[in-house]
Design a protein around this ligand. Structure first.
Ligand code: GUN
Length: 294
């Protein structure tokens, strides 16, 4: 039995099971995908991978596997690490113009000689299944974006699925990336949570985390969070992924905090699978929008 399985066995009532929630999201897409196919459309996502960063290679493979499970066409374009910004922009423009392509994703991080903002802006906002185009990012503020970034959207779905109230709760987010922390802060503010956004310059993070009803950690620092960071009954969402002693682990030292938490997302098997399922949902929605506009 894997570590994750034994945790579910031992602490079942406390675990927010990402694999189960992802399976639920993926199965709920079936009806929409059938509808698209009956209208002659196979939802299609292109994933662009630059170089061979081992973590990125695994993430991209997980996305391809999910697409296969769902009946979504997925295509991977692998580009050399020294590709020029212009060559990448040309590739994106080709995909923007291809009516058979509904979603485009450039796996991050990208090499430093390429301007990430320029790339995100180049992807058509109608095909922006990552939700990183400034138009879609801006719409997060008003809560009516067509594409919410997959990890934050997945986290909100996991909390909702677990019937965790957000309104009036103290939510502390560690990490302010454009992929997780920043969009998630706004999405939780839209749900009337009281949000504190911490970063690497925050003094005495324990002061903040000890007040958290919901603690979300997205730093990539293995086992940053132990029991001294959480109050009794806290809900912990672990967005980190790292390796410690050859084993995959998150930002949170699971064994240390489990006594105190009311709910926790494990790593692996927590936020990761749900993020991928939300990407599939965004791709299907992109195809549906294409159909309704054609
Ligand atoms: N790298 C890590 N997370 C993500 C993500 O959600 N989207 C993309 N494009 N790259 C990532």
């Amino acid at each position: 039995m894997s570590d994750k399985d034994s945790r579910i066995e031992d602490f079942g009532d406390k675990i927010i099971d990402g694999k189960k929630i992802a399976a639920f999201i993926e199965s709920s897409l079936k009806e929409k995908i059938d509808y698209l196919k009956n209208n002659g459309i196979v939802p299609c996502i292109y994933v662009i991978l630059i170089g061979d960063n081992p973590a990125s290679v695994i993430y991209v493979r997980n996305k391809e596997n999910a697409a296969n499970r769902c009946g979504i066409m997925s295509k991977k374009i692998v580009l050399p690490v020294n590709i020029s910004e212009n060559e990448l922009l040309n590739k994106i423009n080709e995909l923007n113009d291809d009516s058979l392509v509904h979603g485009i994703l450039v796996q991050l991080p990208i090499p430093p000689h390429i301007d990430e903002n320029k790339i995100m802006e180049a992807i058509s906002s109608n095909k922006d299944v990552d939700g990183f185009h400034p138009f879609n990012e801006g719409k997060i503020f008003t809560g009516n974006s067509s594409f919410y970034p997959c990890t934050p959207f997945g986290i909100v779905k996991m909390l909702d699925y677990s019937n965790i109230e957000l309104k009036g709760k103290n939510v502390v987010i560690i990490g302010q990336s454009i992929i997780v922390g920043k969009p998630l802060s706004i999405m939780l503010m839209n749900r009337n949570a009281t949000v504190s956004a911490l970063n690497i310059y925050t003094n005495n993070i324990r002061c903040w985390t000890n007040m958290a009803d919901i603690l979300i950690s997205a730093t990539g620092k293995a086992h940053l969070i132990n029991e001294s960071f959480v109050k009794d009954g806290c809900v912990v969402v672990d967005v980190g992924i790292a390796k410690l002693d050859g084993k995959i682990c998150g930002d949170v030292d699971f064994d240390s905090v489990i006594k105190k938490v009311s709910k926790i997302t494990p790593v692996p098997g927590g936020v990761g699978p749900v993020t991928v399922a939300v990407l599939m949902e965004n791709t299907v929605n992109a195809a549906l929008q294409f159909l309704s506009n054609s």
